[in-house]
Design a protein around this ligand. Structure first.
Ligand code: CA
Length: 717
């Protein structure tokens, strides 16, 4: 960390084309010439959010992701075509929101790599690779993704997967300062985009599936010095707590939750109201998920699954609203939050809107945190409704999975996950990339806390009951997704576009009466914002999960999106990749009316299901292998050992890979590719059992293929 560089970032900002003409500039000689204030984003600029740019993560501090640009409209969007594309050279998930200011696009790709492009042509101006050690990939619950940078007064800030927060010079990508925001020996990761408020860079982290204590930290933008840190859950009650809010939270916990951290990570959403002077932060799930193992006496477990309003200068708590008291489903409240003014009962009210994982769409008065309304935006089985008087969900019998497994909606993927929504002030609607994914919750029988490893306390193998392929396929058939146009005042769906696949991309709305969304089936699409009518589609041959942005340069409006299949669902769900979702290198794509760009044709993908080794194993070994696999391996290699398209499908392992199996699993032979060794946590015989389970699943996969083939024959006859 160095703050010696501070002076020069107060004086030296030039456009990228003028870099060659630069000469050094000493302290106190700062110029106010706009040309020398390249990427000089500040609070005034974000609050004004000029039509032609995208200066902050959600475009404005209100995070509406709505652009007033209207060159591309519902009338001419059929002429939208590729302007340019750029290959990221990665094959993992792409989730970034590009920032576009002063003609330059700043974005990130997998492994927290930052790049700056000429936003007109795509030309790469610079690239910065923080060289995250690949073994950190094993600590990332949800792929090695990054949701983008923040740009502020000539600097670009990125949170690296391994816990560093790095400030770069916007002109050339050179490091200005670096701070480590997490303890080096604990399984924290950063995937979220920083926000900058009042010259402070705010960043949280993830890791609640592994066993960490959640917090969010603000750093001085000039120096990288820590200004404040807000812990979301109390620590060991025998030690002093780091704030009054934690003293208030203590009675809502029991047992020894702090041993496994308690969870409550701040891994994605924030919003800021400069007038109220409130920073809103979304807080994640409990660690472990199973509350009986985390806080055996129950309790609300504050501030898990809560939205909190903080003083951005001190980090002190102003109000909180807990969406899921005593969370035991991974029902995070880290989902996108949108600030707007809505007319409710004849009064203009400043609201905060969120569709968290738990399935209810919340409208809060953002001055106080009071609940205005909450209604289910997807099917919800764990609660019947939210009590308007108490603001608490009313749980059903499905909520209790302590005795018997419960088929539950929504799932830990949520009714809506990190994929940003959008609010259009023109239509008054919120556009939600909604998920319909069921899940079977049941306690993990042999749970023991394994420091630094996967610690859920639930049994994910329940989704793939051994020997009952039809049941597995029935659960899989329920998995869908849709784009929902939601009226936040009436709390009802106005229209819906049903998608064939789940885990579709984030959303952008524009004044051209348009909603843009990329889809899991490898298509980028535009819909009429008022009706949902499909107006335009462009095949990109790669599942899109990222949210699009739009900007205007030299009178031309552009729309950009990153295409790269990945994220939690794509590594862990055990749902095979979608037809059309051909896995290829990730790309940054930019469109304009009458664009002349072309994408190369996708390489053909083999549909072969190679013959697995013979099945010479007993049921006991398969059962043990299933248990170990789902406790330790399925987070990356998919429930049921089925790849969802990011990592190789283990069922297709060659004889050569099978020979190396134990050297990889126990010895960490592929550590430099992200596959760390598990010799320290596995018992003797576990590796053999896991291998047996994978071979068993390969045979199940072959019979599933056979089942599908025979079904096709039946359907065709
Ligand atoms: Ca989680």
């Amino acid at each position: 960390m160095a703050n010696t560089a501070t002076w020069k970032y107060r004086c030296l900002f030039v456009g990228p084309l003028a870099v060659a003409m630069l000469t050094a500039c000493g302290p106190g000689t700062g110029s106010q010439d706009p040309v020398e204030r390249f990427a000089y984003v500040d609070e005034t600029r974000i609050r004004a959010s000029a039509d032609h740019e995208w200066p902050s993560h959600g475009r404005g501090y209100d995070e509406q992701r709505y652009s007033p640009l209207a060159q591309i409209t519902s009338d001419n969007v059929s002429d939208l075509d590729l302007a340019w594309s750029w290959d990221t050279g990665t094959t993992r998930g792409l989730q970034a929101t590009p920032i576009v200011v002063d003609g330059v696009m700043f974005t990130t790709s997998s492994w927290s790599v930052v790049q700056a492009h000429d936003a007109r042509t795509g030309e790469l101006l610079w690239r910065y690779d923080p060289e995250v050690p690949r073994e950190w990939g094993a600590l990332a619950c949800c792929d090695v993704v990054n949701r983008g940078v923040a740009v502020w007064r000539g600097m670009v800030f990125v949170g690296a997967l391994d816990g560093r927060l790095i400030a770069l010079d916007a002109r050339n990508g050179r490091v200005v300062w670096t701070v480590r925001t997490t303890p080096e020996d604990e399984p924290y990761t950063i995937t979220g985009a920083p926000r900058v408020v009042r010259d402070k860079v705010v960043i949280g982290n993830g890791g609640a599936e592994y066993g960490v204590r959640g917090y969010v930290t603000a750093y001085d933008a000039w120096s990288g010095e820590q200004v404040w840190r807000f812990y979301t859950v109390p620590g060991n009650p025998d030690q002093p707590q780091e704030g009054e809010h934690l003293m208030a939270a203590l009675p809502t916990w029991s047992g020894e939750w702090w041993v496994a951290g308690g969870g409550g990570t701040v891994w994605d959403s924030m919003a800021y109201d400069p007038e109220l002077g409130l920073l809103y932060v979304g807080i994640g799930n409990g660690s472990p998920w199973n509350q009986a193992l985390r806080s055996p006496g129950g309790g609300d477990n504050l501030y898990l699954s809560s939205i909190v309003a903080l003083d951005p200068d001190t980090g002190s708590l102003q109000w909180h609203y807990q969406t899921t008291p005593g969370d035991r489903w991974d029902f995070t409240a880290t989902q996108h939050m949108i600030l707007a003014e809505l007319e409710i009962h004849g009064e203009r009210i400043p609201v905060l809107m969120q569709a968290p994982k738990n399935g209810f769409f919340y409208v809060l008065d953002r001055r106080t945190g009071d609940l205005i309304s909450a209604e289910p935006y997807v099917p919800v089985t764990w609660a019947s409704h939210v009590d308007p008087d108490t603001g608490r969900p009313v749980e059903t019998s499905v909520a209790d999975y302590s005795e018997s497994p419960q088929l539950t909606l929504p799932s830990p993927y949520g009714g809506h996950n990190w994929h940003p929504m959008s609010y259009s002030p023109d239509t008054g609607l919120v556009y939600i990339p909604a998920l319909e994914i069921p899940f079977v919750f049941g306690p993990e029988a042999q749970f023991r806390y394994r420091p630094g490893r996967w610690n859920l306390g639930i049994d994910t193998s329940l989704l793939v009951p051994p020997g009952v392929l039809e049941e597995e396929l029935a659960i899989r058939a329920m998995v869908k997704g849709h784009l929902s146009a939601w009226d936040p005042v009436a709390q009802r769906e106005v229209w819906r576009v049903q998608h064939s696949e789940s885990w579709n991309g984030g959303v952008l709305t524009t004044a051209g009466d348009l909603v843009f969304q990329g889809r899991a089936d490898g298509v980028f699409a535009a819909y009429r914002a008022s009706s949902g009518e499909l107006l335009w589609e462009y095949p990109v041959h790669n599942g899109i999960i990222a949210p699009p942005v739009t900007y205007k340069i030299d009178g031309v409006q552009y729309v950009s999106v990153m295409a790269g299949w990945g994220g939690a669902f794509a590594v862990a769900s055990g749902i095979p990749p979608a037809a059309g979702n051909v896995i290829r290198d990730g790309r940054l794509l930019t469109f304009k009316l009458g664009g002349q760009g072309e994408l190369p044709a996708p390489a053909p993908v083999s549909a072969e299901f190679p013959a697995p080794p013979p099945l010479e194993i007993n049921d006991e070994q398969i059962a043990r292998g299933a248990e170990v696999f789902h406790a330790q391996c399925s987070v990356c290699h998919g429930v049921g050992a089925v790849s969802s398209g990011v990592l190789p499908d283990l069922r297709f392992m060659t004889a050569e890979s099978h020979e190396k199996f134990h050297a990889v699993v126990l010895g960490g032979l592929y550590r430099d590719r992200g596959m760390v060794g598990f010799g320290d946590v596995l018992e003797p015989g576990d590796s053999e059992a896991v291998q047996a389970y994978i071979i068993y699943r390969a045979h199940v996969g072959r019979s599933e293929r056979h089942l599908q083939d025979s079904k096709i024959e039946v359907d065709a006859s």
